[in-house]
Design a protein around this ligand. Structure first.
Ligand code: SF4
Ligand code: SF4
Length: 236
């Protein structure tokens, strides 16, 4: 995905959740992206807001949203279900953009021109560019109404940011019993002779394979490194 594709996915959603850190406490608010170019994705806020202070102090933001419906339906058993759609998130480094720079961009792009007009109307407003980030489109069709599997996960990055691998991996400890493949409702595990492989594009990291494997051959990987799994009152 290039940056125009990424912006298009966010823009189709409209209002997005923007997360920052206030010292060590997460904070969120609703805002939107208003433009993109080769340098990144652009959004505005006012210098009078806590959002601005957090952006300046950390130099980072995380953005996410969901399309087309954020509604949770419930099936006849009362279980939550969702209409097909996608979520998208991006996390990375931001920089403040000077008004004069924005004016220059506005000469060839109506979106930046409108951004300049907005700042002229509200002088406390300023612009940020998310210029180095990684993220993912999580395209879901849980009822498999339009394809043979539930998920299509598309990782992306821009500005030189690598995409860290996060997911599940089958190790050499695999006995070849096939229990993980039988339990994977996301159809993310395939078999090639005696080798079982997880496709990260389809994998929800739901953990079913991890819990059923008789030989602890399924590994959790977070940011490229093996991680352990622990939850309150239960060590798996
Ligand atoms: S359940 Fe474990 S041992 Fe069995 S095929 Fe899957 S990874 Fe291999
Ligand atoms: S974590 Fe869940 S979705 Fe991913 S391979 Fe294992 S069982 Fe399938």
């Amino acid at each position: 995905m290039n940056i125009t594709d990424i912006y298009g996915k966010f823009d189709r959603i409209g209002c997005l959740v923007f997360a920052t850190l206030d010292k060590d406490t997460p904070q969120t608010r609703i805002a939107h992206l208003f433009a993109c170019d080769d340098e990144g994705l652009y959004f505005r806020t006012m210098v009078t807001k806590a959002f601005y202070k957090q952006l300046k102090e950390t130099g980072k933001v995380s953005i996410c949203g969901m399309y087309p419906s954020t509604q949770v339906r419930h099936d006849e058993e009362g279980m939550p279900c969702f209409d097909p759609g996608y979520t998208i998130r991006a996390t990375g480094d931001i920089k403040e953009v000077a008004l004069e720079t924005l004016r220059g961009k506005g000469e060839g792009d109506e979106r930046f021109k409108l951004g300049v007009m907005d700042i002229e109307r509200y002088p406390a407003m300023t612009t940020f560019c998310l210029h180095r980030a990684w993220g993912e489109v999580y395209d879901f069709d849980f009822d498999m109404a339009h394809r043979s599997h539930k998920l299509l996960r598309i990782p992306f990055s821009f500005g030189g940011q690598p995409v860290p691998f996060q997911g599940m991996r089958i190790t050499d400890a695999c006995l070849g019993c096939g229990a993980c493949m039988d339990h994977c409702s996301f159809k993310a595990i395939s078999q090639d002779q005696d080798q079982f492989v997880i496709d990260p594009v389809r994998c929800d990291v739901c953990g079913d394979c991890y819990t059923v494997c008789p030989n602890h051959a399924v590994e959790i990987v977070i940011e490229g490194a093996a991680a352990s799994y622990e939850r309150e009152g239960c060590h798996v």
